[in-house]
Design a protein around this ligand. Structure first.
Ligand code: SF4
Ligand code: SF4
Length: 393
């Protein structure tokens, strides 16, 4: 039996706004079978970053919150800290900073009608290490705040991503729901380049003081690094800590990062229980880059609609297939391929130069995270059906 993916088009009109269509999708999922009165429901999204203008609009999250409340459950909008360390009040790398970014982009308890919880604490270091027998990861860093949440609705802005090809449901969990060290191990090799130079380093010892695992120490008049202790939290190499940038991370290969993202997603999903997840992809404003970059370039394809499923691989596959089949926006980064591209071409690899989008989906199915083959059910509001019948759409 193939997993179902429910789908609404991006068209809208009287009686069939995208909010009304999102409600229809939520009803179609029969969420009342999963969500009971008194349950705590985490709604995982991405708040964008300062300067990005095409992240998912807060009104969609508000609609999900209101739907969850109607079921008698308690909604929480959930996120984790970004990697590294920046100003604790203005970047996504701390809970306080992330809440400020969220507010600037329109996400706050007042607009969402729900509290926002940063699940891994002020510095992204409140986690539990859980073993996972993967090909690439041996443990997952579960944000401690995920404990006590019964069901997670993963509400994802589907768009491109410089490393994993696209950012969809899998990545929203496999990066977005792991604590800071997990994000570090994904992106970077275990070793750090510690190019300590006594002539440059004023021995401020900020790196030593901030390191949460004593992987850095000042011994024999120099900064020393103990690799086995390092959590790759990214705090020491932040400009806020080492202004001389004497400590640097070493990036991993994009294919390995992609497979690690998939394994982390599987680990987190299994930790909470496979039946406790719902995935909604908003294939709207499909930018070439992720929402964590401080800009948002021209979209690469027209809006494709909203997709919902209990299977993260199916919902990402459907989103990917629609983007693949779509026409390109001529004024976008894909404009140079106008007239030369077919639905079989991977648009995301044309943006990034690596075909990690395909690898992400194939590997996810290979390790049993979900299915790439799905049954698509088009959910059509009566008012939209009537508009089609009248030839207006
Ligand atoms: S933070 Fe940088 S400058 Fe300060 S002690 Fe560490 S290596 Fe030296
Ligand atoms: S040495 Fe490792 S654990 Fe310590 S602050 Fe740097 S990245 Fe984090």
């Amino acid at each position: 039996m193939f997993p179902k993916v429910y789908y609404v088009t991006p068209r809208a009109g009287p009686g069939f706004s995208l909010i009304e269509k999102l409600y229809l999708l939520l009803e179609k999922l029969n969420l009342e079978r999963k969500i009971g009165s008194g349950d705590t429901v985490g709604i995982k999204t991405h708040f964008g970053t300062i300067g990005n203008t095409r992240y998912l609009r807060p009104i969609f999250i508000r609609a999900i919150v209101d739907f969850v409340r109607k079921l008698g459950a308690q909604p929480l909008v959930i996120e984790t800290c970004g990697h590294g360390l920046g100003n604790p009040f203005s970047t996504r790398t701390t809970a306080t900073g992330h809440l400020e970014v969220a507010k600037a982009n329109g996400f706050c308890p007042e607009t969402l009608n729900a509290p926002i919880v940063i699940l891994d604490g002020q510095y992204g270091l409140d986690f539990e290490r859980v073993s996972f027998n993967g090909n690439y990861i041996r443990e997952v860093f579960i944000p401690r705040g995920l404990k006590g949440i019964d069901i997670v609705i993963v509400a994802t802005h589907f768009k491109g991503h410089g490393i994993t090809g696209f950012g969809g449901a899998i990545k929203n969990v496999g990066v977005g729901l792991i604590a800071k060290p997990g994000k570090g191990f994904l992106h970077f090799q275990r070793k750090l380049e510690v190019k300590w130079r006594p002539d440059i380093c004023p021995t401020c010892l900020k790196c030593v003081k901030i390191c949460p695992s004593n992987a850095l120490r000042f011994l024999n008049e120099k900064i020393q690094f103990v690799e086995e202790k390092c959590l790759l939290c990214g705090m020491c190499w932040s400009a806020e800590v080492c202004e001389h940038r004497l400590i640097r991370p070493v990036l991993r290969d994009a294919y390995k990062v992609t497979r690690m993202v998939v394994e982390n997603a599987k680990a987190v999903i299994e930790w909470l229980g496979k039946d406790n997840w719902v995935f909604i992809n908003f294939v709207l404003d499909v930018t070439p880059e992720c929402d964590c970059v401080p800009w948002a370039d021209q979209i690469i394809v027209p809006d494709q609609g909203i997709f919902a499923s209990y299977d993260p691989v199916a919902v990402d596959s459907a989103s990917y297939d629609f983007v693949s089949a779509a026409s390109i926006i001529k004024d976008s980064v894909l404009g140079k391929y106008d007239g030369k591209i077919t639905p079989r071409d991977d648009k995301f690899s044309l943006v990034t130069g690596v075909d990690t989008a395909r690898v992400q989906l194939e590997y996810a199915e290979q390790i049993g995270l979900g299915r790439r083959t799905y049954l698509l059910e088009w959910v059509l509001p009566d008012a939209e059906a009537e508009a089609i019948r009248r030839g207006e759409l």
